[in-house]
Design a protein around this ligand. Structure first.
Ligand SMILES: Nc1ncnc2c1ncn2[C@@H]1O[C@H](COP(=O)(O)OP(=O)(O)OP(=O)(O)O)[C@@H](O)[C@H]1O
Ligand SMILES: [Mg+2]
Length: 314
């Protein structure tokens, strides 16, 4: 890399960081597309931190560099959305944060503690995490109440306390009256609410969500986004939320991290400073629409590039 390119990269990386960038601006420079955008925070500010993270998969003679050069800090109580086209590494990144996948290089810290020590995972750091996936994954033979309280049962919490907590969470996610229902008696949106309540049952400080509303119709999805915003506020959780819906990513986020594909790296970081609680009317505001359009432009450009180059899968 020439000295000039290095300087420009550094400048670009700074613009991409939350404190170097203009507030509300999209840190992106087309001339430098493909170069590294850093989402690092100043020392001590991050609750969750990925430093120099990459992930390479080897499967049946095929090597895939799913993620590379990922530097990202996430503050306590921040709401970060990960946006990007299919296959760009969003789930991989979330699984790395959840301790389900070990990165090939780099370090993950949660609350200042490294998540991995060699091949050994730090279970204390994991206790801070709650996970929600695209499929609600409920146990069909358990009632709503029992599904919500399952993590507490596994933690040997007594029955009275499990009941109390599951009732409280049922109300928080708007499921009152359905405590005794079985999953098959619920709509898709209601099942996702149970999954969210279950993830919240042991008070996780960090909620990791992988396209939790992907299977829902547009109106239910809007409602769930409003609910999630309220729940995040009420529980003071830090949230990392994966989606490929641009408007959803902007609506929910304090920062949108756009990943580009093959190899998956941070392409831009967009600050969304609209005050909270946000109502759906926010989506009609020009500032909101500008961000959506710009992110769509970047996504389309990325898709065209991958289509042209076939991407770098090695
Ligand atoms: N266990 C695995 N073994 C081999 N390759 C994998 C594995 N998991 C993911 N990959 C590859 O890593 C890349 C990123 O996958 P990932 O699931 O993270 O994408 P994604 O952004 O979540 O996509 P989608 O929006 O479709 O869910 C893909 O090329 C995928 O084929
Ligand atoms: Mg995925």
């Amino acid at each position: 890399m020439s000295a000039d390119t290095a300087r420009r990269t550094e400048r670009f990386a700074k613009a991409g960081s939350p404190d170097g960038g203009r507030d509300g601006a999209i840190a992106e420079d087309p001339a430098l597309a493909g170069l590294r955008v850093s989402g690092s925070l100043p020392d001590g500010e991050a609750e969750i931190e990925l430093r120099g993270v990459s992930k390479r998969f080897s499967a049946r003679k095929r090597e895939t560099l799913a993620l590379t050069d990922i530097d990202l800090g996430i503050r306590k109580q921040e709401f970060v959305t990960l946006l990007g086209q299919s296959g760009c590494g969003k789930t991989t990144m979330l699984r790395i944060l959840a301790g389900l996948t070990q990165p090939s290089t780099g370090e993950v810290t949660i609350g200042g503690r490294p998540l991995w020590n060699g091949d050994h995972r730090d279970d204390e750091a994991l206790r801070k995490l709650g996970l929600v996936f695209q499929d609600a994954n409920l146990f069909p033979w358990y009632t709503v109440e029992e599904n919500i309280a399952l993590p507490l049962l596994l933690r040997k919490v007594d029955k009275t306390e499990r009941r109390r907590r599951s009732h409280e969470l049922g109300e928080l996610v708007g499921l009152q009256g359905f405590e005794k229902a079985l999953p098959r008696e619920l709509s898709g949106g209601m099942r996702q609410r149970v999954a969210i309540a279950r993830a919240l049952s042991y008070n996780p400080e960090i909620l990791l969500m992988d396209e939790p509303f992907g299977a829902l119709d547009a109106i239910t999805r809007d409602k769930m986004n409003l609910e999630l915003q309220r729940i995040a506020e009420a529980t003071k959780a830090t949230v990392v939320f994966v989606t490929h819906a641009i408007a959803e990513a902007v609506f929910l986020a304090d920062r949108v991290v756009l990943l580009s594909a093959r190899p998956g790296r941070i392409r831009s970081i967009t600050h969304v400073d609209a005050p909270r609680p946000r109502s759906l009317e926010v989506t009609a505001e020009p500032g909101f629409q500008e961000k959506v359009l710009e992110l769509r432009r970047q996504l389309t450009e990325d898709e065209e590039r991958v289509g042209r180059e076939g991407g770098v899968s090695e």
